[in-house]
Design a protein around this ligand. Structure first.
Ligand code: UT7
Length: 329
């Protein structure tokens, strides 16, 4: 057991992702609702999204991403002792999707639970896993963001149905001894916020304790947009302050992928050059808690993100919830 007095860091050991095979373009959506490729591209930057097929659920997507992350790390389920699945679209109201993943990868030890912070879910899950690992209680965490938002959408509402997609991404964080300096690999700092007064701006109009139904996603998009940029800038500044770093130190900015305009405005506010932004919203749409690990996996696979580089992740979503984490890859 590692002593908690030492500088333990949660280091990224592996990453994986999974996207459903079915790809839906803006042109496909033009046949379903009164919208246009032009409107969607100009207002959001989205051109395409993936939609889960028959037999695919959040846990099957999450399991595929988890297996890819284990392969990437050269580890097996026996090496993992914690699974956290960030999702707002669980297979069932209970048990937790994380326990479905646990069973699917053949793991009967350790602990598995879900975490729900909507689009900020992955950042919340990374921060939570980090606290477990640095406490010395756990050694290796599988941290997954997985969603099937297509199952929550009102497909007759053009203001929301064009925005979202399905997918999953997973990282493995491992407790390793560092020096305490910001040159250490691993999660260097994380900052989480929420403000429940904003519930009505982005919510699902159903649930087990209210309507007894799953419900549909409802969003006052313009209001969410108005809050998003300031909120994510605040938590990124918190990360810079906590580590004595600045935007100039970042190698990669990997934001939640909701809207290209929000991403660019956030980068501009912090002075982050656009060539350092990882953008996947054009190909994946907004996959909620899955968007950041999908973007990280994309940039790792194409050789952009390399070990030792400084990566900022941030997200904002329903609740409102928002947060950031600064990771040395
Ligand atoms: O991940 C969680 C956080 N969520 C977000 O970050 C989403 C934040 N919000 C947004 O990304 C943007 O607000 C949207 C993309 C949702 C909307 O863009 P907007 O520039 O804020 O547009 P708007 O809501 O002000 O709507 C402008 C017009 C409206 O028509 P009128 O009232 O001006 O005649 C809408 O009815 O666009 C219309 N519209 C559409 N037109 C074609 C709304 N949806 C569509 C559509 N196709 N799909």
């Amino acid at each position: 057991m590692i002593s908690p007095q030492k500088h333990i860091r949660s280091v990224v050991r592996g990453i994986g992702s999974y996207l459903p095979a079915r790809s839906v373009s803006n042109a496909d959506l033009e046949k379903m609702v009164d919208t246009s490729d032009d409107w969607i591209v100009q207002r959001t930057g989205i051109r395409n999204r993936h939609i889960a097929g028959e037999g695919e659920t959040t846990s099957t997507l999450a399991t595929a991403a988890a297996r890819a992350a284990l392969d990437d790390a050269g580890l097996t389920a026996a090496d993992i002792d914690l699974i956290i699945v960030a999702t707002s679209t669980p297979d069932y109201t209970f048990p937790a999707t994380a326990t479905q993943v646990q069973a699917a990868i053949g793991m009967a030890h350790g602990a598995a639970f879900d975490l729900q912070a909507v689009c900020s879910g992955f950042v919340f899950a990374v921060a939570t896993a980090d606290k477990f690992l640095i406490s010395g209680s756990h050694k290796r965490a599988l941290v997954i963001g997985a969603e099937t938002f297509s199952r929550l959408l009102d497909w007759s509402d053009r203001t929301t149905c064009v925005l979202f997609g399905d997918g999953a991404g997973a990282i493995i964080l491992e407790a390793q001894e560092g020096t305490g300096a910001i040159s250490d690999r691993g999660v260097l700092t994380s900052h989480l916020r929420s403000d429940g007064r904003h519930r009505e701006k982005l919510f699902v109009d159903g649930g087990p304790s209210t309507t007894g139904t799953v419900g549909h996603l409802r969003m006052a998009g313009r209001d969410v947009f108005r809050h998003a940029v300031g909120m994510v800038a605040d938590v990124m500044n918190d990360a810079f302050k906590a580590t004595g770093t600045t935007a100039a130190d970042l190698d990669w900015f990997v934001p939640h992928q909701a809207n290209r305009r929000i991403i660019d405005a956030s980068a501009d506010k912090l002075g982050i050059p656009h060539e350092k932004i990882v953008v996947t919203v054009d190909k994946h749409g907004n996959t909620s808690a899955a968007s950041i690990p999908l973007a990280l996996a994309t940039a790792k696979a194409d050789g952009r993100i390399k070990p030792g580089q400084l990566v900022m992740i941030e997200a904002m979503g329903g609740g409102f919830t928002w947060g950031s984490a600064l990771i040395r890859w």
